[in-house]
Design a binder for this molecule. Structure first.
Ligand SMILES: *Cc1c(COP(=O)(O)O)cnc(C)c1O
Length: 378
């Protein structure tokens, strides 16, 4: 059996090596390392793939979020609502811009933003909502868009874990994750569902005005060369990364299907195990399984992780500490116990190996061990 990894990028690369190598070589030979043709090609292919007017390639997913918020013209102290159970980047950019992060609890089943909590968190200072499509399934975007419209708020989707997830509205219209709110952000970090071989990210929007602002912000606030109309940053996807992404994009549909197939094996194996709760699914959204995350009940998580590791099965805890309990984000308004669902998730979640190259033998080995250990009574 091949060694089990949380993410197996080597095996994935071997299957598409000629295309990747040729793309990278072209960039090296052209010497157009920054803002080269490959970046323009990838941008265009991505726009067509997502059916969105503008894709703005940037340096990474965190920059994408920062640039998106910079484009909204918010003022220090304006409140931005985000779930407390997420990766730190979501709140980090809010804090860096001297905006006020307001965190809300999540749902126990989908682990995404709780809509009732979102409604309660809105104040006259609220300017934007940043929903996170955690682990690859969309948050309840229909409700979020309705609430945003009602209160005149921007919605910036953190779709870093959910590229290609599809959301179906009650009128039957279907949109891709990141293309629902005013702006969507994604990351091409190597382990993401569409990953490059270094850092990368992109911003999506259907708004020409926002797109123009964000392109300028990502390029030192410059529209006409060496004329700077606003304070910007330097954030770009480099041509080598664009070449990797352009070679991988045609495989994205298949990659998603493979993740979903692996998740179906996990679901079936764990559904009747009283110690394991499989992730809830929203009927409106597909799930692209950036992570396959179980919630443990009556099992010592550290013991289980150690036993699995001893048997060659890596696991991860995404995320052990919610935002409101992170030292850097200490806020006297919040204390332990304020967001009970997120706090309980932080104690009980366990993510299993999930990637495009898991084979039957590996899945059988993982599910057998997880079931045997959790049912052993420890
Ligand atoms: C990965 C990730 C980011 C940041 O992406 P980088 O490219 O690593 O900067 C932001 N939010 C979420 C939810 C992520 O998973």
């Amino acid at each position: 059996m091949r060694k089990i990894q949380m993410v197996d990028l080597q095996t994935q690369y071997q299957a598409i090596k000629p295309d990747i190598d040729a793309g990278i070589l072209q960039v090296i030979e052209s010497a157009a390392f920054v803002k080269g043709q490959k970046v323009a090609d990838f941008q265009q292919h991505m726009e067509a793939h997502l059916q969105v007017r503008h894709v703005i390639p940037v340096g990474n997913g965190t920059d994408a979020l920062q640039i998106a918020l910079m484009a909204l013209g918010l003022k220090p102290g304006d409140e931005v609502i985000t779930p407390t159970f997420t990766f730190i980047a979501t709140a980090e950019v809010v804090a860096l811009l001297h905006l006020t992060p307001v965190v809300v609890d999540v749902e126990w089943g989908t682990m995404n933003m709780d809509i009732a909590a979102l409604k309660r968190a809105i104040t006259p200072r609220t300017k934007a909502i940043v929903p996170v499509h955690l682990f690859g399934q969309c948050a309840n975007m229909e409700a979020i868009m309705e609430i945003a419209a009602e209160h005149g708020l921007y919605v910036v989707e953190d779709a870093c874990q959910a590229i290609d997830a599809e959301y179906t509205f009650s009128d039957g219209s279907v949109k891709k994750a990141g293309c629902i709110g005013h702006i969507g952000c994604t990351s091409f970090f190597p382990s993401k569902n569409l990953g490059c071989y270094g850092d990368g990210g992109a911003i999506f929007t259907d708004s020409d005005t926002l797109a123009e602002s964000m392109r300028a912000i990502a390029n030192h606030g410059m529209v006409v060369r060496y004329h700077h109309d606003r304070v910007g940053v330097n954030s770009r996807l480099d041509s080598i990364q664009a070449a990797v992404l352009d070679a991988k994009l045609p495989h994205l549909k298949d990659y998603t299907a493979r993740r979903q197939a692996a998740a179906a094996v996990y679901d079936n194996a764990f559904r009747n195990n009283p110690h394991l709760l499989i992730p809830d699914r929203l009927s409106a959204s597909t799930h692209v399984y950036h992570q396959y995350t179980l919630r443990l009940q009556g099992v010592d998580r550290e013991w289980l992780r150690q036993q699995l590791a001893d048997n060659g099965i890596p696991t991860m805890v995404y995320y052990p500490v919610p935002l409101h309990l992170q030292k850097a984000y200490y806020d006297p308004r919040y204390k332990a116990g304020d967001f009970p669902v997120a706090e309980r998730l932080a104690q009980s979640v366990l993510s299993l190996p999930m990637h495009t190259e898991l084979d039957e033998e590996q899945l059988e080995y993982i599910t057998t061990h997880v079931n045997a250990l959790t049912l052993s009574g420890k």
